[in-house]
Design a protein around this ligand. Sequence first.
Ligand code: FBP
Length: 547
Amino acid sequence: MEKSAFQKARDSYKPVLPKGLRTAVGLKEDETTACIANQDEIKAMFPNTYGMPVVEFVEGEEACYEQMNTGVILSGGQAPGGHNVITGLFDTLKKLNPENRLFGFLLGPGGLVKHKYIEITETFINDFRNTGGFDMVGSGRTKLETVEQFEKGYEILKYLNIRSLVIIGGDDSNTNACVLAEYYKAKNYGIQVIGCPKTIDGDLKCEEIETSFGFDTATKVYSELIGNIERDCNSARKYWHFIKLMGRSASHIALECALQCHPNVCLISEEVKEKDMSLNDIVDYLCKVISYRADRGMNYGVILIPEGLIEFIPAIGRLIDELNDLLAFHGDDYRFMSHGEQREYILNHLSEANKRTFETLPSEVARQLSLDRDPHGNVQVSLIETEKLISKMCAAKLKKWKESGKFKGKFASQHHFFGYEGRCAAPSNYDTNYCYALGASAAHLIANGKTGYMATVRNTTAPKDEWKAGGIPITSLLNMERRNGEMKPVICKALVDLKGRPFKELMMHRDEWSKETAFVYPGPVQYWGPSEVCDRTTITLALERQK
Ligand code: FBP
């Protein structure tokens, strides 16, 4: 693999481990835990892994560790820093016992089931230190949920003498890790399963998990791009830029980018839902902002739209819920129907209220909502061009307003979707260190005999010396939700908290940002230079952790 000058220089960056993980490691156990809701049901479903304590690694006594083999899987969407979780895991396993071996299952959880793997060796791994991407072993979205898959997995784990499996993934993949840990424990197979919190979406977090890795880098990359567009916009002064930002469900990415870049508008899906806004209410609000600025000679601006918006518009959300159930039970013949036939089939089966909503949707959105779900039962919102839909609707409304004399300006638009641009970026210093420490934590959870835990690293807004590593039982994050037409135990997604500091910060400024041109241009992620530039966390994290 030919390396860029940047990568060659970056290879020598040495991530710093939290104090508790540096030399001999001891374990401090906290109180036992309970899950966040549906306790009785979840306790009954996870009798072997429910109620375990939160743990923290502290400086301890030297110990000898038996040789062990470990497997690792990258699961779901790419997020900057995944390779460093594996390097942190690898280096720590080797430190615990140089005979330890690490195997990577290829292209996600499917690799475990299909027995596709490689051994990760020192020479192989060195090419991936501090790099973005998941190409070391690849990723995939196969959902591990059937006993047959668990048993297929066990076959290869037994064959390779693997006693522990690390699953690096988002909420759905860590739910799978939890189910697998319980299954292997109940069967007494002697295989530990550990999760790691990954996703650029930033929606896998709680008191113990301060952020999911990748959110820091991805939002910095998007903010650079948004800042560049803002500057172009403020130079040419002729376009409204509609920018959709990834984040399947929660609006954390859009919110963080807004706090970094001060666009004219940033829609927040969670607020749209709370205020029971319709698509028309949203368009009306945007047109008022566009018209206000036009009256003052500013026929330009920047609007951020979270990818998941469409699902949060209450009427559309209700329609999606019914479609999810409908599509979960449709026969195989549905997949082979033409678009027209699928539309007919849906209209014939929907309740009256949802049928009315479905009929009012622009045809391309209706078609996207009718497509098969991903393996976890989610609508593939990244395929819906909300930015174009909303800008088209704004153009239509402004045209009417112009005819009636209510709008006197000009309206021309440009559309962008930022998602894939940031998911494999070279990890920021924050993600580089955070991920390496997560991998090291996972290794120590294994060495301490834990299963059904997610690796954690906390206190990350403090200097690195004060970061704290440990683990949290995954069962403590579960609740029951409807998926693919059935109630299932799943990790509860952390949506934007409308009472939280990051959203309040947006609320405090958004009126001013919508009227003035208050753009901020954050510039590119910096890897070398002053610490206040290179090591800064996201604004979201800084505000959430403010004492
Ligand atoms: P994860 O939750 O698996 O980390 O994936 C997040 C994400 O990047 C979303 O922001 C986006 O909607 C989705 O993946 C896109 O999926 P795909 O990579 O399959 O196109």
